[in-house]
Design a protein around this ligand. Structure first.
Ligand code: TYD
Ligand code: MG
Length: 461
């Protein structure tokens, strides 16, 4: 093989090609191929002199004992819930999110909480200077003596530093995109560098038993830059999300080899750092103005947790040939479907109207269970009749207009009851085997719900 042969690596998906092209054949992204050196680094052919005879490893039975209590809870409940009960020894965790969302703040707080329990933590920052990090720690009230701090970007230097002392319980690398290793010759931030650096840190985790947390910035396309490759390598991937202009943040599990993947943790960003929000429903319903038409409270689920949010609809006479449909926080295809079912099966016409739909508080809903609440909000806005303030809605609507029960009805109803709601508007059959203190109005299809709202009965049923 010729020395110093170049290859071109897609910075989005990691696909390798032998010549430059404008578009990556694997992921169809444009302008993502970058020239990198093929004769070194990950995936390169081994240099002739480094080929050695392997040493045999010992095979063990699957049924052996597990030595230690595998989890270390940091004491921030919302964080521990998302990791599935705490950090796991010898594991690697990726925390992704937009720049400025609060990843460094969250991990600094987790580091301090763990240090307070007597564990050792090392925080390596490649983005900020030591003075900046100290300033933040002081502001967060997180100045703990058990946290070792370093501003460093060289993987070799970091590993040499770590090898000097006993392995820490938790090692935080902020961020993986700033690291570079001499093993790979391409520039820092390229896929090859990110992959090689991540691999080195993950190897350290497995070898030493420390839990390694890698922070990754997400590009504006929504991927962790130098992306998928790192997600495959780590044991768990968490995303820290939030809407600009709103101060709450959601930590979401995307992948977890040691726990469930549908959990969320909710935080609020304050001037003293992130505060846990134990009851998200109160946060999302906080600023509710319940007497205006077009607002319906949806009882949703995030993993095993019920969350109540307000869905707001505005239906206004359109002056355009093609009326506008705008959605924030929900799927626009799903809105079109609900509108089509309302038109086809319930005789409600939107063809001359602009429709705006918004989920309050900047929250995002992905469940089809929101269909009934959306339909109720739309009909309420169109008819100008406010829905009763003490009602919750949930249920899926099929294309035939039938109302379908959804999973976790019991938890949804219980959350509504806990927050002082009096009525639940739900599909027929949702109550099977459930007891609830709420007055239940059950509907076989969407037309029944529309008729009830039009008659002003949605209050009384
Ligand atoms: P940061 O943790 O630096 O974000 P990331 O590491 O994800 O890039 O958070 C930066 C934002 O958080 C910044 O806009 C200011 C805000 N912030 C607060 O509002 N209160 C605080 O106590 C701290 C430390 C940050
Ligand atoms: Mg940061």
């Amino acid at each position: 093989m010729a020395k110093n042969r170049s290859q071109f690596i897609c910075q989005t998906c990691g696909a390798v090609s032998t010549r430059w092209q404008g578009k990556c054949d694997a992921c169809n992204e444009w302008n993502t191929l970058v020239e990198e050196n093929a004769s070194t680094g990950i995936g390169a052919a081994p240099a002739a002199r480094s080929v050695r005879k392997g040493t045999p490893v010992q095979l063990v039975p699957l049924s052996g004992s597990i030595e230690e209590a595998p989890r270390i809870a940091c004491g921030i409940d919302e964080f521990d819930r998302v990791t599935g009960g705490g950090f796991v020894h010898g594991s690697a965790l990726l925390v992704g999110g937009d720049p400025g969302i609060g990843k460094s703040t969250l991990l600094m707080q987790a580091a301090a909480a763990l240090a307070r329990k007597g564990h050792s933590v090392i925080y390596v920052s490649g983005e900020e200077a030591v003075a900046q990090i100290r300033l933040r720690a002081r502001r967060l009230n997180a100045v703990e003596s058990n946290v070792g701090l370093a501003a460093e970007t060289s993987v070799e230097n970091i590993l040499a530093t770590l090898d000097q002392g006993p392995a820490p319980t938790l090692l935080i690398i902020d961020s993986i995109q700033t690291l570079w290793t001499e093993l790979a010759e391409s520039a820092p931030g390229t896929v090859t560098q990110v992959r090689a650096s991540a691999q080195a840190m993950i190897r350290y985790a497995k070898k030493s038993g420390a839990c390694v947390v890698l922070v990754g910035h997400v590009t504006k396309e929504g991927q962790i830059a130098g992306p998928r490759v790192v997600e495959h390598m780590v044991d768990a991937v968490l995303y820290f999300e939030g809407e600009g202009g709103h101060h709450f943040r959601i930590l979401r599990t995307v992948k977890n080899r040691f726990g469930a993947t549908d959990e969320i943790g909710v935080f609020e960003m304050s001037d003293k750092g992130l505060r846990e929000v134990a009851n998200p429903s109160e946060l999302f319903l906080g600023e509710r103005n319940s007497s205006s038409p077009g607002a319906a409270v949806f009882a949703g689920m995030e993993g095993t947790r019920p969350v109540l949010v307000e869905i707001q609809a505005l239906v206004a006479q359109s002056t355009l040939g093609t009326p506008r449909r705008a959605v924030v926080g929900w799927d626009s295809a799903r809105l079109s479907m609900v509108l089509a079912v309302l038109e086809a099966h319930c005789g409600v016409r939107f063809a001359q109207h602009d429709v705006y739909l918004n989920v309050a508080g900047g929250y995002r809903i992905s469940e089809p269970a929101a269909d009934m609440a959306v339909a109720a909000a739309l009909v309420s806005s169109l008819s100008g009749r406010a829905l009763s303030a003490d009602s919750i809605y949930f249920g899926e609507i099929s294309l035939s207009g039938a109302a379908r029960p959804v999973a976790h009805s019991g938890s949804r109803l219980k959350e509504g009851e806990k927050l002082g709601f009096k009525r639940a508007h739900i599909p027929k059959g949702s109550l099977e085997g459930q007891k609830t203190g709420l007055a239940a109005a059950e509907y076989r299809d969407l037309a029944e719900l529309v008729a009830a709202i039009a008659a002003g009965q949605s209050d009384e049923r």
